[in-house]
Design a binder for this molecule. Structure first.
Ligand SMILES: O=P(O)(O)OC[C@H]1O[C@](O)(CO)[C@@H](O)[C@@H]1O
Length: 580
């Protein structure tokens, strides 16, 4: 951006609303959550529900006044206009000059959503209909492999957004009673890492003649995915011959030319569009194809409907009742004003164990930016450090730090009905009640803490009092779902996606590009070229700094001893045994 444009760009941090929130911090820092949680009037407006999803914001370090100030900031940031622009298909991904229309992926057939003046919903449904037909054929065994056997295993190759979203949804559904019934006799596997160990693990126990490989890549150029795709093509052709590729490999991509060049039958290519960001692509063929083969299209359609329920809520609901907006505003409050840079995602539900890794990408790749959308260096930090684990596992791992070390705002996610209830006669509570006891307890433990007076009253020895004191005042949000079904998984996904967008809109950044991942890729190409030149022509390492030169030389010296200087194909032989 030139200096003239830069001087015109008004940073949100220069606004009165921003300053007002900064001034408000002292007041909040002097207020304890114990007091905020005794204000009944406040509590009533801090628990919001949409379509069965209850979100309790009462343990946020915020008053009604804080919310009013955040709404003023939202006005200043033109949040409403930005949400409208997203749904209108404006090119809000300015650095790539693209619409951001993942909402169109879950729109019902009769909805009109346009990009560049064209309604994209019919295109979306053309692909969904094609997936429905294709997945049904695989599931009922009318589309078979090269030797005529049904394709019972699917290996989905992809990385980043072409992996994490589908993995999250698959993990959420695999123990859901109806979905698991529909998946009987089938297995879905993922191959993401270019590490050959991941290849061996993904192929463990699989036979080529009953395996379908789905190559998922928006660009069809991602180095890790393409090498894994070539590796699995070799695995298939070694057993079944070249002709088997068309029956055992299909693709999901926006780049249909490269799919064809790879040797995949264009009829078995499922497209999506440049207006779907990788990390927002699980509702496109990226997720819908492998998940429909596994669970049937109707199951996946309910997941899309759940997401759409939240999309509509997000677009139309006033901010004071709008779940993604409130969550996004309060995250900005925590990160930027209260100075808590991290956030823990803690589902009390094993089925949601892959929520945190997926949202980690959605959030950190979207909002980890250093300049405004106009290219102006930001005087404040954006993004948050996301991590998480299923709740009780986390309790026995990192919760110590959250209770007595640093302040990390937490998202507690609880579920009313377990997918798999267990109750043992004579036990005080069911197994799920036991899990949920922790869900309810942790949020209060963090908020209230435990004072030295309380400890003394319990007779705790004086020298242990500092160690056993909990200051409390640690913020969290509690999200309560009725159950974990395809529909509610879609709702949860869309709540997080839109929350991330709200944060980015407030910070004034472009949440929909990811230039920060490029530099590492370029440098990796240089290293790759060097390794190849050293292996094949004996070239010495050159052009790198002392550190890289030393370690790379050591690596090459010893790896050439393992592979030889003119390596031939090496493939773990057990993967090729008994393959037909
Ligand atoms: O689907 P592709 O094009 O293979 O990209 C995979 C991932 O790589 C990234 O471009 C960068 O990590 C992600 O945004 C994306 O989800």
């Amino acid at each position: 951006m030139d200096s003239e444009a830069a001087s015109k760009a008004v940073l949100i941090s220069n606004s009165e609303a921003w300053q007002d929130l900064k001034n408000h911090v002292t007041e909040i820092n002097n207020t304890h959550l114990r007091d905020l949680l005794s204000d009944e009037e406040r509590l009533k407006s801090f628990i919001i529900e949409h379509d069965g999803v209850v979100v309790d914001f009462s343990r946020q370090r915020a008053t009604k006044e804080t919310l009013t100030k955040l709404f003023s900031l939202a006005k200043e940031a033109k949040l409403k206009e930005k949400i409208d622009k997203l749904f209108a298909g404006d090119h809000i991904n300015a650095t790539e000059n693209r619409s951001v229309l993942h909402v169109a992926l879950r729109a019902p057939r009769d909805v009109v959503i346009t990009s560049e003046g064209k309604n994209v919903v019919p295109d979306v449904w053309n692909v969904l209909d094609k997936i429905k037909v294709f997945s049904n054929k695989i599931r009922e065994g009318s589309l078979v492999g090269a030797t005529g056997k049904p394709l019972t295993d699917v290996v989905a190759i992809g990385i980043g957004g072409s992996f994490l979203g589908p993995l999250f949804v698959h993990t959420a559904l695999k123990t859901e009673p109806k979905a698991s019934e529909l998946a009987k006799g089938r297995k879905l596997h993922f191959l993401a890492n270019v590490d050959p160990i991941d290849v061996v693990r993904a192929l463990d126990g699989l036979k080529q003649e009953t395996t379908l490989v789905v190559v998922v890549s928006k660009t069809f150029t991602t180095a890790e995915t393409m090498l894994n795709a070539r590796t699995l093509r070799t695995w298939i052709t070694a057993a079944l011959g070249q002709g088997a590729v068309s029956k055992h490999m299909v693709a999901v991509s926006t780049n249909l030319k490269l799919v064809k060049d790879f040797g995949i039958n264009p009829e078995n290519a499922f497209t999506f569009w440049d207006w779907v960001g990788g990390r927002y692509s699980v509702c496109s063929a990226v997720g819908v194809l492998p998940l429909s083969i596994q669970y049937g299209f109707d199951t996946v359609n309910r997941f899309l409907q759940g997401a759409w329920s939240v999309d509509e809520h997000f677009r139309t609901t006033p901010f004071d009742k709008n779940l993604p907006v409130l969550l996004g505003l309060l995250s900005v409050w925590n990160v930027t004003f209260l100075g808590f840079p991290a956030r823990a995602i803690l589902p009390y539900c094993q089925a949601l164990e892959k929520l945190a890794p997926h949202i980690q990408q959605v959030s950190m790749e979207s909002n980890g930016k250093g300049v405004s959308i106009e290219g102006v260096q930001l005087p404040y930090e954006t993004g948050e450090i996301d991590f998480g684990e299923p709740g009780t596992n986390g309790q026995h791992s990192f919760y110590q730090l959250i209770h007595q070390g640093r302040v990390i705002p937490c998202d507690f996610i609880g579920v009313i009905e377990s997918q798999q209830p267990i109750y043992l006669k004579g036990e005080v509570v069911s197994n799920h009640d036991e899990l949920m006891s922790n869900f309810f307890a942790q949020a209060d433990a963090l908020a209230y803490g435990k004072t030295s007076d309380e400890l003394r009253a319990e007779g705790v020895p004086e020298k242990l009092i500092p160690h056993k004191t909990f200051k409390g005042n640690r913020p969290s949000v509690s999200i309560l779902l009725k159950n974990v079904t395809p529909f509610t998984v879609g709702q949860l996904l869309a709540i997080y996606e839109h929350r991330v967008a709200v944060q980015g809109f407030l910070w004034g950044i472009n949440s929909f590009d990811q230039w920060g991942v490029e530099l590492g890729k370029v440098l990796a190409s240089r290293v790759r070229a060097q390794i190849n030149a050293s292996h094949t022509k004996g070239k010495a390492v050159e052009g790198f700094n002392y550190s890289t030169t030393t370690l790379l030389t050591r690596y090459l010296k010893e790896s050439i001893q393992v592979m030889g200087s003119e390596p031939d194909t090496i493939f773990p032989s057990h993967l090729l045994e008994d393959c037909t």
